[in-house]
Design a protein around this ligand. Sequence first.
Ligand code: NOJ
Length: 715
Amino acid sequence: MSRIETLIGDMTLAEKLGQLTMTAAGHTVTGPVIAGDSTEAIRAGTIGNLLNLVGAAPVREMQRLAVEESRLGIPLLIGLDVVHGHRTLFPVPLAEAGLFDPQIWERTARAAAAAAAADGLAMTFAPMLDVARDPRWGRGVEGPGEDPWLGARFAEAKVRGFQGASLGAADALAAVAKHYCAYGAVCAGRDYASVDISERTLHEVYLPPFAAAVAAGVAAVMPAFTDLAGMPMTAHAGLLRDCLRGRLGFDGVIVSDYNAIAELVRHGVAADLVEAASLALAAGVDIDMMSNAYRGALPAALGRGLVTMAQIDAAVRRVLDLKQRLGLFDDPYRRGATPERAEALAARRRLARAVGARAIVMLKNERATLPLAAPLRRLAIVGPLSSPEADMRGPWWAAGEVQDQVGVVAGFRAALPAAEILQAAGVAIESEDTHGMAEALQLCGAADAIILCLGEAAAMSGEAACRAHLGLPGRQRQFAHAVLEQARARGKPVVVLLFSGRPLVVPWLFEQADAVLAVWFLGSEAGHAIADVVTGAVSPSARTAISWPRAVGQIPIFFGQRRGGRPADPKDHYTSKYLDLPNEPQFAFGHGLTYGHFTLSNLRVTPPLVTPGEALQIQVDVVNDGARAAQETLFLFVHDKVASLARPLLELRGFERITLAPGERGSVRFLLPAPELRILGPDLTPVFEPGEIEILVGPCAERARLLVETIRLSA
Ligand code: NOJ
């Protein structure tokens, strides 16, 4: 008999339920603390998994309790939200998605995994794969943006990166694809609210990133807190058991979200914890995170005949199997055994800086304001985001310490050692207090150039951080007006740094400022990365992975919309448009300027008639007719003109990057296998529908800027 079957045969019910339980831990000056003081439960084998324990020593101590002092010696599985870095933080995922570079997505996940594993951890609650089309929802910052195809590529890269070549390696983490599924579609962009979308949208938009994660071998999946048309995901047998485990073939562990099983009672689908635990187990949830429902209520559920021992054993088997695959039985201390070498830390900081610079989206750059012309004798760095290092970390900072973050001022001091750097906040991020404005304006008056740091605090996006107004909070608008006006009158350049975990709706700012950089939350090396781009050491290259609205009233806004029967026509009143605003976003998906200037020509697509077994070769010529070297990103979209169901106007099917010196020409190639042209037919299974398909290539999802060729798909 295998080790796992022998163990299951030996386990008491309480020990089995311990393996299905995950409890939060923390660490204070006096040592590790566990919710409800459960160290005894670890010894008793009735808690088998932990989250939120940070540091190799406390992790080892808890593991020792389980392995050496519990009856069966089963190692703990210990996880943390290592979403975009562990001690060294990388840009938030929404920003990193904008690199459109799967190799980088994988590298940062690999680096984060190695750092977290060096702290003894074996699981990360990442990647977050929720398609996000509503910037009011704070959690869009944690994931790859608005597009399902992009989300799928992001998913594969992140799973590969976190898990590495073998889950058993000392530097590998089990990844958890979350939050399954359609969490991003919460009503009115309000976190935890109900979701009600069509089956088609579920399958076309929200499921593909999870399908890709499963195909990439993701070890675990976390159901969303939310309900879908009344059925909470934590109890959704149709989507967890039938779709995820059945159709998608997922054979790993399903770990509930925090307290989500207990919340089935509040959802109103379970009368008590016993029913809640039974529903979750029957749907296929293996690990109960923080509800104490499995430990507390499954014995009663067995008594009531609501669950069977076979269901419990199946869940225990999956958890033990994951522990085995992670190598925890062979050597429970292999992670966290050796402290990282200084070179590894330095390499990670270099990676964070390079990726940080590459995640900056240059939204606007008039009068060639950027890069700032040297020499700069005196630079004023003003605004409420000019000082707080803590905010550089973004909303998921894992083990990132405030003192290890490089803020804007420190970044410019290092980049411009000969310059005098003046700094003043002017106003706070959120308060109504304006008494600091005068001093900040005075500093601006004394400088050659001004860096105006505006935006949200890190805690204004992420979980439970939704906003109904997406403008600048507090008195920042008033402050920005004053700075911009004074600088204009005195002919001084102003570069706006916009910090946020979402697109901010600030059309007035895009009108008034000459240069605006979306700097999201770039992580530990934020200040250096920003200075690299502003001074011209690095040419900006990122693109926004989410459509940037002009007004909250346009939300949800995304490029993959269908045309409808009355598409917008300015000459026809009875068409689909607003009376008071254009339909188009402020910036389309994929928008982002560089220090170069690129012109595309000569789109070639062969063969003109493609059969299901073939692939399309797509090529386009590019020239950098700007004055500086830069990297251009090109997107490949398709549009099925006539199908059995109306198709989105643009569907993303590829992205490629090319770096060209001034005056240099090159060409970009895409290979598009015909199966990528399939659509989900009326019964939601993929079909080839013969007919004309537009192939579109260009720098963003703005149709007018795309080159188009039409091909035919034959059956
Ligand atoms: C709740 C969040 O929804 C989830 O993303 C996270 O992994 C857990 N808390 C654990 O921190």
